[in-house]
Ligand binder design. Structure first.
Ligand SMILES: Cc1ncc(C[n+]2csc(CCOP(=O)(O)OP(=O)(O)O)c2C)c(N)n1
Length: 285
């Protein structure tokens, strides 16, 4: 059983007032308490950015590496110990800018990871430059005359690249986000939640009122098993009517299930054969 106090560290969040990281973090901790995630069974990996501070405020086994490189670190952790729940907390800059290449391949390989995108539509920690998710024409610190780039659609990227659980949420709908995080974690394979969140300080477009007015949940009758329909619904992001919910779900073996040499064992416990390498080294040294 995990208690809220078990997840506490000596550090208090230093996010700006109103930051969407706060409800996202609380939703995650609520999920951890419900599911019994603790530092013996769960690892969290974060990218670099305001979102990455989450690992300092959450007492779970954690790793924060280089900007954009959360996914390769998480992939290594999961392959080494397939019994762990592995969560990746990443920003829209971290995931699709610096880490874009890692994202498409982690989706393609269907690694059994739960990836949570803190989607505030810009680079927050470095004070508000455009990211690959910033809408076309948006004025940011690095695009004062309007963004000339076209943005990626995170859900379309995930579905097209091979992710097998793809969802969108709004950070302040905490109860729904908690349930979604639990479902995403229970999914066997690459699960991705695009969490829309405001950056009150630098993003004057994506505010709390904006998300409250312009988001709605996919219909109860929506069938997430059809990839073509999922792609069509994912493209519905027209800033006036943004659907939330589970867009796509596919049952398929995860990468880690297919490592035949492990015979179902955990890699770090797998018997290591000691080999004498001295004659090989002697050839080169
Ligand atoms: C390789 C590299 N490039 C750039 C930076 C500078 N940098 C640090 S955080 C950051 C922006 C992070 O934005 P995002 O991933 O969207 O996270 P947020 O701060 O919005 O949570 C950048 C560009 C860096 N640390 N490393």
């Amino acid at each position: 059983m995990t208690k809220m106090t078990d997840l506490q560290t000596p550090f208090m969040p230093n996010w700006c007032p109103g930051c969407g990281n706060m409800p996202l973090w609380l939703a995650f901790k609520n999920a951890a308490v419900k599911q019994g995630w603790d530092n013996t069974n769960t690892a969290v990996v974060a990218g670099i950015g305001c979102h990455g501070h989450l690992v300092n405020f959450t007492k779970l086994t954690a790793f924060e590496g280089l900007h954009g490189r959360a996914l390769p670190a998480a992939t290594g952790i999961k392959i080494a110990n397939n019994s762990l729940n592995v969560f990746v907390f990443t920003g829209d800059g971290d995931c699709f800018g610096e880490g874009g290449n890692h994202f498409i391949h982690a989706c393609r390989r269907n690694h059994n990871l739960t990836v949570i995108l803190h989607d505030n539509g810009l680079y927050a920690l470095t004070t508000g430059q455009s990211s690959p998710i910033t809408p076309h024409d948006a004025k940011t610190k690095s695009t004062p005359f309007g963004n000339p780039d076209e943005p990626f659609n995170p859900l379309v990227m995930a579905i097209a690249s091979g992710a097998t659980f793809v969802a969108r949420a709004y950070a302040s709908n905490m109860a729904q986000l908690t349930e979604l995080m639990i479902k995403a974690n229970q999914h066997n394979g690459f699960s991705f939640i695009d969490v829309l969140q405001p950056c009150e300080t630098f993003n004057k477009q994506f505010t709390h009122p904006f998300f409250q007015e312009n988001t709605y949940y996919l219909e109860e009758s929506y069938d997430p098993t059809n990839r073509e329909i999922a792609l069509t619904r994912a493209r519905e992001f027209d800033l006036k009517k943004i659907p939330l919910g589970i867009f796509y779900e596919e049952k398929k073996p995860a990468y880690e299930d297919q490592l035949g040499y492990l015979n179902g064992e955990i890699l770090y416990k797998h018997g290591t054969q000691k080999r004498d390498m001295s004659s090989l080294f002697a050839k080169y040294i």
